[in-house]
Design a protein around this ligand. Sequence first.
Ligand SMILES: [Zn+2]
Length: 53
Amino acid sequence: MAKFQEAFDRLFKNFQVCRKCKSRIKAAKSKVLAGKVRCRVCHSKQLKPVRMK
Ligand SMILES: [Zn+2]
């Protein structure tokens, strides 16, 4: 599973999901918290990190 964890990190780290249209946006967490990132589809600022559980 260790190898898969690396792959997941690469795929989901720094990715955010739009709460409105569920599209994925690649953005650093610091930028999201600073409000500098918007969804490119619906221009919403409501983003959440991708969670795999
Ligand atoms: Zn959106």
